[in-house]
Design a binder for this molecule. Structure first.
Ligand code: COA
Length: 160
């Protein structure tokens, strides 16, 4: 059989997506407590997007807007769908929406050992702003140091 692979498409998450989103969350952040997805869906200052490929949810992102500052709270791509541009698609879409909503600076925290995520963030223009020690439970469940990363949305009109 010939399977056509679509390019990833990002859209707003809905109630019906939560089961699949939570499955991705569990295989990714198995050491963490469950997020309150309903709250993120309802809060108008939250951006909650999923990325689909061949009609399947491959990943999700949740961001929070506080005035002209944005925070990336969660980003995960299912292990079976990684390294196909889904994380990039989710993050680009979110940055563009944050900018549209008047956000000037975006912050996130990433474990210092999380090379895939750090590479992705650097590629999309985030820079290391700060280092916090023993601040974070890594995706393997260990205590990790984190980098606080920052992106200035006013600097890169060409990207967003
Ligand atoms: C980080 C994550 C979201 C990336 O998603 P993805 O869909 O695989 O990312 P993309 O395919 O868009 O990759 C974009 C870039 O990120 C970097 N990257 C992604 N995976 C990488 C890996 N395994 N090793 C090194 N760099 C990697 C590369 O620079 C890549 O660009 P390239 O493919 O042109 O080299 C995904 O690995 C994930 O869900 N990880 C677990 C959860 C997590 O760490 N979330 C972030 C917490 S702060």
């Amino acid at each position: 059989m010939y399977i056509v692979s679509e390019s990833p498409s990002v859209r707003r998450a809905t109630e019906e997506d939560i089961k699949e989103v939570d499955e991705i969350y569990k295989v990714t952040f198995f050491a963490r407590t469950k997020p309150n997805y309903q709250l993120f869906l309802k809060n108008e200052n939250c951006l909650f997007f999923v990325v689909t490929i061949n009609n399947k949810i491959g990943g999700f992102i949740i961001a929070l807007i506080e005035g002209d500052v944005g925070h990336i709270l969660l980003l995960a791509v299912h292990p079976n769908f990684r390294r196909r541009g889904l994380g990039t698609a989710l993050l680009k879409h979110t940055l563009s929406e944050l900018k549209r909503r008047g956000v000037k600076k975006v912050y996130l925290e990433v474990g210092t050992s999380n090379i895939p995520a750090m590479n992705l963030y650097k590629k999309l223009g985030f820079r290391i702003k700060d280092l916090r020690f023993d601040h974070f439970i890594s995706i393997e469940g260990n205590v990790d140091d984190v980098y606080v990363m920052e992106k200035d949305l006013e600097e890169d009109a060409h990207e967003n």
